[in-house]
Write a protein of this length. Structure first.
Length: 577
């Protein structure tokens, strides 16, 4: 019997509390939690077997080598690979794709050859191919998808030709949940002589994998999405292809002999595993596979299918919520946006965190897919074997609460319609950036926990000076994967290098952080802006995580652009004197 409550006891982290509430973890597409058996096995390796592998004749090395190679055999059986030597341990899906793109791609691609990807690929299955295409002169073609997030296989067939050398597609989309017919995709590619790589990162933890049945040439996955350690994963490839491919990395353990004139490379799989590998990670991955196999996919699949069905039915009943990605065949991923009232995914994710609920927000490293769907970001709930219907209910209740609160707040908010021709820039908050920062530090020191600070940030954002729509142009845009920021700056009238700027964001929390930056920098001397350590200031406020992860919320990129303006103004003032 599949008893999810008993299974949850295998995962220690599920019993933690977040902000005083039980953890509801729904970010399994990003990473899964680890069962006690995996944790204990990694600890046991370091406590009783820790040694380097393949080279030592002593007992510890022999034990470590045996455990490492047993893990390879487990991966081979898990994928139904013809032989363990075809399994190459990697740091995860990303490295596996890079290995194939660099080694196989560089070997076979010539100018004018074509690589086919799909419109829903993760950046990890786009960028490596772009790098190789730039080096070889190959061209990238893209399988389009429809409004439901399904690949258009008729269009795919028209893309295939004798010029097609590689097709690389995802098994299940991490951003839309679409389950692709990879067997059909492979069959069509083979008809024109192309080789096929399948990104199985989102598949392997949820369904039985059979690379021989699929018929593909390469298959990659990550251990950390399979209840295994981070920094672990594997590439499977056909022996005849791997034998022909040059090494990806050079170093120890991937050679048979080395002289300064010539190196003879080791046989598979060692040829592609240079240096000391993540031994503990591979062993832990093998244990994770043992754990999954002990439960049985015949039990996991119905449970997770029920979760997806129930979550879809429950969430789509929430007023103002729209599910993005409505393919007929899906994995356990639901991406959604709140359109009425409009609420950014970053704000939604932040407020769900206050309820102890962990979801992923942003473009999920799938910017082309988001662009195709006409959005910049979504909130994403993704399910695993330890999730329950109660987890879904908790998510739905929290979203309803947030939507209701946001509707009330928007209804009370005054309508701001200032003149389109008069720009009102904020006045300096203090005599210097440091003086303004000291005032904010004093304010935040009076606040308690994160909830109090969050409310203060939101309150500051509500007072952010108005930025006219005509200034929200593409040149003024500062990109972040979970929010969009617009910034317009000028030299302050009547000064040599004073800095005026207006900024805005689609996310309330980022608007609050922008308001803090404005308090410190607006109207100040460019030279003082350049010398002020705003990173340390944000750390003092307890908000450094928002600045250090700037690629996610756009704030760090905004700081960089402000400093670029300040540098230009300071240089101009110096030249004038």
């Amino acid at each position: 019997m599949f008893d999810v409550r008993t299974i949850r006891d295998d995962f220690p982290i599920l019993h933690t509390r977040v902000r005083g509430k039980p953890l509801v973890y729904l970010d399994n597409a990003a990473t899964t939690h680890k069962p006690r058996s995996v944790i204990d096995r990694v600890v046991r390796y370091y406590e009783t077997e820790n040694a380097n592998i393949h080279r030592g004749v002593y007992d510890l090395s022999q034990k470590a080598t045996g455990a490492y190679e047993q893990a390879r055999e487990k991966v081979a059986r898990f994928l139904n690979a013809p032989e363990p030597a075809e399994v190459i341990f990697t740091r995860g899906t990303t490295e596996g794709i890079n290995l194939v793109a660099s080694s196989f791609g560089r070997s076979v691609l010539r100018a004018g050859d074509e690589i086919i990807l799909s419109a829903m690929e993760h950046h990890s299955n786009i960028v490596p191919w772009q790098l190789i295409a730039a080096q070889t002169g190959a061209l990238i073609r893209v399988i389009p998808m429809n409004d439901a997030g399904e690949l258009m296989l008729d269009e795919y067939q028209t893309l295939l030709s004798g010029r097609t050398k590689i097709v690389s597609v995802v098994h299940i989309s991490n951003s839309l949940g679409t389950l692709n017919d990879v067997r059909r995709i492979t069959q069509l590619a083979h008809q024109v002589g192309a080789k096929v790589l399948i990104d199985g990162a989102q598949w392997v933890a949820h369904h039985r994998t059979d690379v021989q049945e699929i018929g593909c040439d390469f298959y990659v996955f990550s251990g950390h999405k399979l209840y295994g350690p981070t920094g672990s994963g594997a590439l499977w490839g056909r022996r005849q292809l791997l034998d022909q491919m040059p090494p990806y990395h050079g170093g120890g353990d991937m050679i048979e002999s080395v002289t300064f004139e010539k190196t003879a490379y080791a046989q598979l799989p060692n040829k592609f595993e240079a240096g000391t590998p993540n031994i503990a990670g591979a062993i832990g991955l093998g244990t994770a596979i043992d754990y999954i196999r002990s439960l049985g996919f015949e039990n996991l699949e119905p449970h997770e299918a029920k979760l997806l069905e129930y979550a879809t039915e429950t969430l789509q009943k929430i007023r103002g919520l729209r599910i993005v990605g409505t393919a007929k065949k899906k994995g356990g991923v639901i991406s959604f946006v709140i359109e009425d009232p409009p609420l950014s995914s970053l704000d939604l994710g932040t407020r769900l965190d206050h309820e102890g609920i962990a979801v992923r927000t942003g473009h999920h490293c799938c910017q082309p897919a988001m662009e195709r769907m006409g959005i910049t970001a979504t909130a994403r709930a993704s399910f695993a074997l330890y999730n329950t219907l109660e987890d879904v209910d908790a998510l739905a209740a929290a979203v309803r609460k947030i939507v209701s609160e946001e509707s009330g707040r928007k209804a009370k908010a005054p309508v701001v319609t200032p003149s389109r021709t008069v720009l009102r820039f904020p006045e300096p908050a203090a005599a210097s950036p440091q003086a303004a920062a000291d005032e904010l530090i004093e304010l935040f020191d009076l606040l308690g926990d994160w909830d109090d600070r969050y409310q203060q940030i939101i309150a500051l954002g509500e007072k952010l000076p108005f930025m006219p729509p005509e200034l929200k142009t593409e040149p003024n845009r500062v990109r972040g994967c979970m929010s969009t920021v617009h910034l317009f700056a000028r030299r302050r009238p009547g000064t040599d290098d004073g800095l005026d700027f207006l900024a805005d964001s689609d996310a309330d929390i980022v608007r609050g952080l922008i308001a803090i930056v404005e308090r410190v920098f607006a109207g100040q001397s460019a030279r003082e802006v350049l010398t002020f350590d705003i990173e340390s200031f944000f750390k003092r406020l307890g908000l450094d995580q928002h600045l250090s992860m700037g690629r996610r919320n756009g704030l760090a990129s905004m700081i960089q652009r402000i400093r670029a303006y300040a540098g230009a103004f300071a240089a101009s003032a110096a030249a004038a004197t």
